[in-house]
Ligand binder design. Sequence first.
Ligand code: PMV
Length: 335
Amino acid sequence: MSEACSIAHPNIALSKYWGKRPGGGNFPAVPSLSVTLAGLETRTRVRFDSSLQQDRIVLNGERADAGTEARTSELLDRVRRASGEERHAEVRTRNDFPTASGLASSASGFAALALAATRAAGLSWSASQVSDLARRSSASAARSLFDGFVELPAGPADLGEGGAHEDVVLSARSLAPAGHLALTVLVCVTTEARKAIGSSEGMRRTMAASPYAQAWVEEAPRIHARLRDALLARDFVAVGELAEASALAMHASAIAAGVIYWTGATLDALAAVRSLRAAGTQAFATVDAGPHVKVLARASEAARVRDAMRAAPGVERVIEARPGEGARLVDEVIT
Ligand code: PMV
């Protein structure tokens, strides 16, 4: 077989990954815990073809930019090395939500790509092996291979310098199935534009220049451990409080280095979430490397929270998502 199709969903980190281990290899400096989201999706088709002189990447119907093409080819090179496949590939991929604006398109994108590319090259890898491959391109993508609630541990602390990390494996793992907690994630889209600072660059600047980088790296595992316990105990309020604490601590460390993803609309949406809580509705916010606010609500209160967030100034639209499936192969996709 030289062609395969896949579907993957983005995931939203409840406890955030921000910062990489030094020494290369794209290993996270902190553990993270996410929920894979049904309701938004990436569809990808990979075809190895001897008539191609180079890899060809078509994203949302258009030729991808040079940076996206280089990151995609890097993953395809790993697949070619592992499989013996020598041909170049055409990758056609489509997101049904804004690309590269802090809505985790790299997570679903690289998860879908890793799965379709390994299969198209004839490799029958486990989800864990595909997760490790996706993690090398985008650590958050490692989590989108799995259903429901997913954990990605921090990378090893003693990697050393100089490329010895190619053999070190780090995969995400499933913590609880999608039905474990009756949660709705309301993705409040504040702009459709691409973000100014990519997440890798934002992390690099934070680690290099933030006076709070070390505090974040020390605090994140503590928040993560408490959030994991709260999740396993199905304690929605504690999960929400800790998720909000994780996002605020991550952004505090980034902002101190001048890495500011928030806009006025982000602050207005955060205020709307606080107003909901003051009025007795348990809703909690998280923010990734972009201006959008994702609101965690009990499924039973989702409609009320959605209406309140739609009314917040600067919120253009609200996408309703719930815990969903991991990445999977499909027979056919329209890209
Ligand atoms: O894996 P990346 O490079 O897309 O970085 C993800 C960073 C955050 O979305 C902000 C946090 C996370 O854990 O997903």
